[in-house]
Design a protein around this ligand. Structure first.
Ligand SMILES: NC(=O)c1ccc[n+]([C@@H]2O[C@H](COP(=O)([O-])OP(=O)(O)OC[C@H]3O[C@@H](n4cnc5c(N)ncnc54)[C@H](O)[C@@H]3O)[C@@H](O)[C@H]2O)c1
Length: 356
């Protein structure tokens, strides 16, 4: 194997520069190529980072300097690209959400397992320090009984954003605020608090008459451990304010806003709590007002983890099986909104929910 781990980016759109910068700044990774069926996207990106441009995945997979493929395609195209990359013996970093169905998610996991390649999903908010502290406090029992766990995402996306590519307004392609933007925060809730037992969701379009998909979701959530929760997410609320993740238990409350811990209070105050209250920066943008308006530091952690997993056999921080339940919760929300009824999990795939 070459001295550095070689990366090839499949898809050269909005998220690609975040991956490119992260690889370039990594310890042990080297950006080898970018790929896009649209040459007008691949060529400038390749030029900016001084790497080769390919037009097809098949051509990129012939380049044996590439050990990891970063799948940065519209959501409905992840499955095919992941399977082909893994079958070609490449490790895979896949953008979120994994896929539009549980069957495709399971299939990707099975192929990557069979081919013995490393496989991770970029739900990068999990690595934020504030989230790690919240999770540890849950694991340590500091919250007592968890009573509430909520995500409030009052964001804004312009008409230009939705018009910038056809897939951004097509539910079948994985658009819609629930599966696209809110996916990160639904994922955080299940990551921190544990599995969800029931969801009840309403979806609507408040401020984007030019598209047919939902720009707003309101959902009640019941967790398996008995806690209740709310997922409120919208891209209709100009100018967009920082996302809030709130966990309340009988013995404590923690709130992250953007990436900053704004509330951290427990009945059993510990010496480290003063430091934890300072975690995160209120000035770090986290995509509230624009799709590319955030830093790449969280991406960098996930990409460094892939390098260390391949090179030093450290565990993958975000194994895709741990994200499967988020796909299931999101599917449950779409089922619920379509049928106007609460939905108990687990759910089965029903592609008709993407037809509306
Ligand atoms: N983790 C995050 O915070 C974050 C943020 C934004 C987007 N994303 C995810 O990243 C992925 C891409 O989103 P984006 O906003 O960059 O989309 P985009 O439309 O800007 O870019 C996708 C690119 O893929 C190219 N493409 C389509 N089919 C292709 C194929 N078969 N082979 C090669 N190239 C092909 C398109 O030409 C386009 O340039 C999505 O899964 C999205 O959910 C994640």
């Amino acid at each position: 194997m070459a001295e550095k781990l070689g990366f090839g980016l499949l898809g050269s759109g909005l998220i690609a520069p975040f991956h490119a910068k992260s690889v370039q700044e990594s310890d042990g990774g080297s950006l080898i190529a970018v790929c896009d069926t649209n040459r007008e996207r691949a060529d400038p990106l390749a030029g900016k980072f001084g790497v080769k441009a390919y037009c097809t995945l098949d051509d990129m997979l012939k380049d044996d300097r590439i050990h990891v493929v970063n799948v940065l395609l519209p959501n409905h195209l992840h499955h095919d690209a992941v399977v082909r990359s893994a079958k070609a013996g490449r490790h895979v970093i896949m953008e979120k959400p994994p896929a539009m169905t549980l069957q495709e998610t399971d299939d990707m996991i099975a192929v990557c397992t069979a081919k013995k390649v490393k496989f991770t999903c970029m739900v990068q908010c999990r690595v934020r320090q504030a989230i790690q502290y919240m999770k540890k406090a849950v694991d340590d029992g500091r919250f007592g009984q968890i009573l509430h766990a909520d995500a409030y995402m009052k964001w804004f996306r312009s008409t230009d954003y939705y018009k910038s590519d056809a897939w951004r307004s097509s539910r079948k392609s994985g658009a819609g605020v629930t599966v696209q933007q809110a996916f990160h925060y639904i994922d955080l809730l299940q990551y921190i608090v544990g599995p969800v037992a029931r969801v009840e969701a309403k979806m609507t379009n408040l401020a984007h008459p030019e598209i047919k998909i939902e720009d707003t979701v309101l959902s009640f959530v019941t967790y398996k451990n008995g806690a209740l929760g709310v997922v409120q997410a919208s891209t209709a609320l100009w100018p967009g304010t920082d996302v809030r993740i709130e966990i309340n238990g009988t013995n404590g409350t923690a709130i992250m806003m953007g990436e900053k811990m704004v509330t951290w209070k427990f009945r059993d105050e510990r010496p480290e709590d003063a430091t934890i209250r300072q975690v995160g920066s209120a000035s770090q943008t986290t995509a509230a007002g624009g799709a590319a308006d955030f830093g790449h530091l969280d991406h960098k952690v996930v990409i460094q983890n892939m390098i260390d997993a391949v090179r030093k056999d450290v565990p993958i921080l975000i194994p895709v099986p741990s994200v499967r339940h988020t796909v299931e919760i999101v599917l449950g929300m779409y089922h619920s909104a379509a049928r106007k009824t609460p939905i108990d999990l687990p759910v089965k795939d029903d592609p008709t929910v993407w037809d509306m």
